[in-house]
Write a protein that binds this ligand. Structure first.
Ligand SMILES: Cc1cc2nc3c(=O)[nH]c(=O)nc-3n(C[C@H](O)[C@H](O)[C@H](O)COP(=O)(O)OP(=O)(O)OC[C@H]3O[C@@H](n4cnc5c(N)ncnc54)[C@H](O)[C@@H]3O)c2cc1C
Length: 500
């Protein structure tokens, strides 16, 4: 006689039966090599760049054609199975983390550049094309794709569209939203859908702006038309040191207030500078409390004039040292530290959690000083690198995921940074998205009414709620449990937040 099933073994059995059902249904549409479900094969898909949170998908599907994407979506819709689209898995908010009872749809095979049109300065690319590959393909025409996430060597344009990704040069050239003309994809029911168009403006409601940044919750993207911009004739970079973070923060606000929009304006604090200098030897000033990198690009005359004005502003704000790149090699060396900030942090700690809030530029120093206090409160270290010109913070909280208490303290530290940013007039996310990471903090940023409106948009595109469910928008219940729910029609006071 068989032993009675425990609740856990009954659950595993149900899951295994569900898995067989989904695999059988998908095998009717996809070749054998495009479906994986054995535990050892699905492990690489367990998480994205936010490695602290993991889940094993029921099945991973790797379609190669739009017909296969449509078939996967239709099949999952008929069976009521969630679908999580996945690009390169470099996301930092858990957006591509699998659903344990769902299909992870990897778009890795959609990696072709379909057309470069130098006359119209556009490129049509499949969603799995790497960000940097677009600029490489456009380079012979002296063009490039401007948004440049530091992960650009790996991340895909489909992921960039889903996250509305930014980068160092987005201060001057705009985010993904400002550099995409058209997105083609499929709805949760597997029907084709297009947002925007090849022209500079499209008729009807601006659904392109809605889908960009929707974190795979409204549609699955398969093809994107992007804008290309001419490569600047010249670019030069200033590296300025400050002995006080407040002076550095004020200098950022002063550069913008002077009417200058630099091609990049980044800031690093002392712990970050030490970590990257040890890694890439970029020549950073290790005595500085903070350093700024300010880039100018354009014609040689424009660059000379702008570098002169920025240097004067930085001096006026108390810079203790200023170096200006004199060659392309030197400029790349200045940027090498900034571009390697995340891997450099990985060298000094088993794990790091990268936060991504925004604050008004004039509060940069306030938030840095608040984070220093939080380091003591949570007994964890934090390195800071900012897209300072955009007021977009990237604090990297260092921790060891093998220690559950450290992970817990890191989560509290992260939430504190996000919610303090909101209290200072900022937002919980600048460019990395909400995913699973910032769900609780969304309860602080938005009222119940606002969150419900976002659910309304989700329902309009995906009534069954199968595309990337459980992410981005917090439920009323979650907010109630989190204890910081804002009430319909008004916000509860953030009693537990520090006042500034
Ligand atoms: C070292 C490092 C540096 C980074 N620097 C930056 C930076 O400077 N700026 C920045 O903005 N981000 C940065 N990121 C974060 C990340 O690279 C971006 O969010 C990127 O856009 C994710 O692309 P991906 O292809 O890896 O997407 P994934 O991580 O695979 O997915 C991200 C989200 O997009 C959805 N998605 C992916 N493809 C599709 C599709 N075809 N259709 C519908 N939904 C889809 C997923 O469901 C998920 O919600 C960095 C990450 C790392 C690891």
């Amino acid at each position: 006689m068989n032993a009675p099933l425990t609740p856990t073994s009954r659950e595993s059995l149900q899951k295994a039966e569900r898995q067989s059902q989904v695999v059988r249904a998908l095998q009717a549409h996809l070749p054998g090599h495009a479906l994986i479900w054995h535990e050892e094969d699905t492990t690489p898909y367990e998480c994205d760049g936010l490695t602290a949170y993991r889940a094993r998908p029921l099945v991973v599907a790797l379609p190669e054609t739009e017909a296969q994407v449509a078939a996967v979506l239709k099949t999952c819709h008929q069976l009521g199975v969630p679908v999580v689209a996945r690009g390169a898995g470099t996301g930092l908010s858990g957006g591509a983390m699998p659903h344990t009872l769902g299909v992870t749809m990897s778009l890795a095979k959609f990696n072709r550049i379909l057309k470069i049109d130098p006359a119209r300065r556009t490129a049509v690319v499949q969603c799995g094309v790497r960000n940097l590959a677009i600029s490489e393909a456009a380079s012979p025409f002296n063009l490039y794709y401007a948004p440049d996430p530091s992960s650009q060597i790996a991340c895909t344009i489909g992921g960039n569209v889903a996250e509305n990704s930014g980068g160092v040069h987005c201060l001057k050239y705009g985010l993904t939203l400002h550099n995409v003309l058209r997105v083609r994809g499929f709805t949760a029911e597997g029907e084709p859908i297009e947002f925007g168009g090849e022209a500079l403006d499209a008729p009807g409601l601006d659904l392109l702006a809605l889908v960009i940044g929707s974190e795979g919750m409204l549609a699955v993207t398969t093809e994107v038309t992007v804008k290309l911009v001419p490569k600047p004739q010249l670019a030069r970079c200033i590296m300025a040191s400050f002995d006080d973070v407040r002076k550095a923060g004020d200098a950022v606000a002063a550069v913008i207030a002077a009417g200058i929009i630099p091609a990049g304006l980044e800031m690093m604090d002392k712990p970050m500078t030490a970590a990257v200098e040890d890694f890439v030897h970029a020549g950073y000033d290790l005595d500085a409390a903070a350093i700024l990198l300010c880039e100018s690009d354009g014609t040689p005359e424009e660059v000379e004039e702008e570098i002169g004005r920025m240097t004067a502003v930085l001096r006026g704000c108390g810079a203790t040292a200023i170096a200006v790149s004199t060659s392309e090699d030197e400029r790349m060396k200045f940027w090498s530290g900034r571009k390697n900030a995340f891997p450099a942090s990985g060298r000094i700690s088993p794990d790091y959690m990268c936060l991504d809030s925004t604050i008004p530029r004039k509060r940069l120093a306030d938030i840095l000083l608040a984070i220093q206090e939080m380091e003591k409160k949570y007994n964890l270290r934090c390195c800071n690198v900012f897209h300072a010109g955009d007021g977009n913070l990237h604090p990297l909280v260092l921790f060891d995921a093998n220690d559950p208490d450290e992970l817990h303290r890191c989560e509290l530290f992260g939430a504190d940074i996000l919610e303090t940013s909101v209290a200072m007039g900022g937002t919980v996310s600048g460019e990395h998205g909400v995913g699973v990471e910032k769900l609780n903090s969304m309860c602080v940023q938005f009222t119940a009414t606002e969150n419900e409106q976002m659910f309304g948009v989700k329902r309009a595109f995906d009534p069954a709620g199968l595309l990337n469910p459980g992410k981005v928008i917090p439920t009323l219940q979650r907010c109630a449990e989190y204890g910081k729910q804002v009430v319909r029609g008004g916000r509860l006071p953030h009693a537990d937040l520090p006042r500034f």
